[in-house]
Ligand binder design. Structure first.
Ligand code: OGA
Ligand code: MN
Length: 223
């Protein structure tokens, strides 16, 4: 008999335990999860309308690194970003949902995810983000990356794929079309990846779950 899925309520929200379970299984078996249509429709629509109406001056040129190491480097990436604070309704929905995912993964996989940071990203036609890791072994507390795409009607001909490489020596990678609602989750230290130039404006939300590595009175992640 097929297992009965009973929706669970957390803080008044119904969460999709089936989807979170599939993501957890993907992470265990392959270290990444690529799920078209996984971002709940209402959240996807809120994020999309917020991002497409966002004023240009809310964006900053994307940099690499954190804090004092922050570096704007056009050789690496040319997109623009806006950090999500949760002050707008769209960002709040996203943060609520990712915190449910965080709680689920902690319970199921004992990941000890402690905090989450995320930003909107806009890639104008021709923009790119060269091959990179989101975290370096032993140097960071980013452990899990999540990217959600907000581009209705995107086709392969539009370019702009995320290419996820299975290792340093993987030349081919897996290409992900940044179509509205697609969700990608992967272990930050394990998978180099890049964003290929597109011929359309490309919108996404990227976030990172972190573990707590505060030592003594040095707070990390910084608040
Ligand atoms: C990033 C990143 C991927 C994407 O912001 O670190 O890799 O497809 N984004 O937007
Ligand atoms: Mn990245």
């Amino acid at each position: 008999m097929a297992a009965l899925q009973i929706p669970t309520t957390v803080g008044g929200n119904t969460i999709d335990e089936t989807l979170f379970g599939l993501i957890a299984d993907d992470l265990v078996t392959q270290g990444f999860s690529i799920r078209p249509g996984a971002l709940p429709q209402d959240i996807a629509h809120e994020l999309h309308s917020y991002q497409t109406q966002m004023k240009d001056n809310l964006y900053t040129n994307a940099g690499i690194g954190r804090g004092e190491d922050y570096l704007h480097n056009e050789f690496v990436r040319t997109d623009e970003i806006c950090w999500i604070t949760g002050s707008a309704e769209a960002g709040k929905l996203w943060i609520d949902w990712t915190s449910q995912l965080q709680a689920f993964l902690n319970k199921r996989l004992f990941l000890g995810l402690f905090s989450f940071e995320s930003h909107f990203a806009h890639y104008a036609p021709g923009d790119y983000y060269k091959k990179h890791y989101d975290a370096f072994r032993g140097e960071t507390n980013r452990v899990l990356s999540v990217v959600a795409y907000l581009n209705p009607g995107w086709t392969q001909a539009d370019g702009g794929e995320l290419v996820l490489y299975k290792s340093d020596i993987d030349q081919e990678g897996i290409k992900v079309v940044p179509l509205f609602g697609t969700l990608v989750v992967f272990l930050s230290e394990e998978f180099p990846h890049e964003v290929l130039p597109a011929n359309r404006d490309r919108h996404s939300v990227a976030g990172w779950f972190r573990v707590n590595t505060s030592i003594g009175n040095k707070i990390d992640p910084p608040r």
